[in-house]
Design a protein around this ligand. Structure first.
Ligand code: OSB
Ligand code: MG
Length: 374
């Protein structure tokens, strides 16, 4: 039997952490990681969750200031209104009346799950049904100014053991760059991520990439266009992996049925929470669809959840779960480390197995606010 969580209050904390190097995608460049953290106050225990939303609504329609309001005005209050929380599943039920706002919901669910698990002396990965205590790590590499810089960065990651390298591409910086990296690294598992930057008229770009032995091509087309992804997939040998297009297990089922992808990138924020993420993993396992856990440049708070999900049995490919030092000079939590064999330990402590260091949290804090119940 598990104890319910007596959720007393919620606190929102916005943090800003400098990145070790700018992260450039087809959306633009980030030099600082801004994130909203949620602290769930359960009296004797507290829990932390991180919201994946970025400063601007480019990757998703959610963005940081919008999330702040959604949490304060609707989601936080709705969660607090229902009394003690019997288990993490209940968060989704209480918030179901709010349409969308998946990243905001996911942050609340993670904070509550962390507090509830701690109150019950349980660990997240175990609670979810983890199949392993170490996970396989890949790395997502931003668009670089020159090929030499890109190759130097990639070589650095390979020397640290990363098992798969994902190159961000955009129009005009695609086939030539990837061909050159492939020539330099004939045996490295390589993939590309277009972040929805292309249109069906760009088939020749993908036909050229199809010759380069990539593990996958991630989100080539518009996030709302499963049919065009299916058409493109039918013309390529390389597997398409969907990221932005998959917001729920329903989307995953539709994409698979249409043949819009052969691989799925699961991010708990994008799909509305870690439990929906697990449902997608369950679905994929039953269907024999390979999946992996993506990332949103999370601090250790969000990374802990990603790494726990990566330990689930249906997750069969290395994820974008890289080490803390790939992102930040100093993480908010104890650092996540990738061993020379390209694996990372799954946190095994109570809750998500990570907590923000109070001093670092204070140094990174931009603003905070409480959420009162109804
Ligand atoms: O498309 O996977 C993506 C980061 C921010 C937004 C979208 C994406 C990414 C990454 C980085 O690729 C993954 C990571 O290292 O966290
Ligand atoms: Mg992606």
């Amino acid at each position: 039997m598990t104890e319910p969580l007596n959720l007393r209050a919620l606190e929102l904390v916005e943090v800003a952490l400098p990145l070790v190097r700018p992260f450039r995608t087809s959306f633009g460049e980030e030099t600082v990681k801004r994130a909203i953290l949620v602290r769930a106050d359960g009296g004797d225990v507290e829990g932390w969750g991180e919201c994946a939303a970025s400063a601007e609504p480019r990757y998703s329609e959610e963005w940081l200031d919008g999330v702040w309001l959604a949490l304060r005005e609707h989601l936080g209050r709705a969660l607090l209104a229902g009394g003690a929380i019997s288990d993490p599943e209940e968060v989704g039920h209480r918030l179901a009346w709010v349409r969308g706002h998946r990243m905001a919901k996911a942050a609340l669910e993670a904070a509550v799950a962390d507090a509830w698990l701690r109150a019950n002396g349980l660990n997240l990965a175990e609670y979810l049904g983890a199949a392993r205590d170490r996970v396989s790590c890949g790395v997502s590499v931003g668009i670089a100014a020159t090929l030499d810089e890109l190759l130097e960065e990639v070589h650095g990651y390979l020397a640290r053991g990363y098992r798969r390298v994902k190159l961000k591409i955009e129009r005009g910086r695609d086939v030539e760059v990837v061909r050159a990296v492939r020539a330099a690294l004939p045996d490295t598992p390589l993939s590309v991520d277009a972040n929805a930057a292309y249109s069906p008229a760009d088939v020749p770009v993908f036909e050229a990439l199809d010759e380069l032995g990539l593990v996958m091509i991630e989100q080539p087309l518009d996030h709302e266009d499963l049919v065009e992804h299916a058409r493109l997939q039918s013309r390529l040998r390389t597997s398409i992996c969907l990221d932005e297009s998959i917001r729920s297990v329903r989307d995953a089922a539709a994409a698979v049925e249409l043949g819009a992808c052969r691989i799925i990138n699961i991010k708990p924020g994008r799909v509305g929470g870690l439990l929906e993420a697990r449902r997608i993993q369950d679905f994929a396992r039953l269907q024999g669809i390979p999946v992996w856990i993506g990332g949103m440049l999370e601090t250790g708070v969000g990374r802990a959840v990603n790494v726990a999900l990566a330990a689930l049995p249906g997750v069969t490919m290395p994820g974008d779960t890289s080490a803390s030092d790939r992102y930040f000079p100093e993480d908010l939590t104890a650092p996540f480390v990738v061993d020379p064999d390209g694996t990372m330990a799954v946190p095994s402590g109570p809750g998500i197995g990570a907590t923000p260091h109070p001093g670092r949290l204070e140094r990174c804090r931009v603003r905070s606010a409480g959420v009162a119940g109804f």
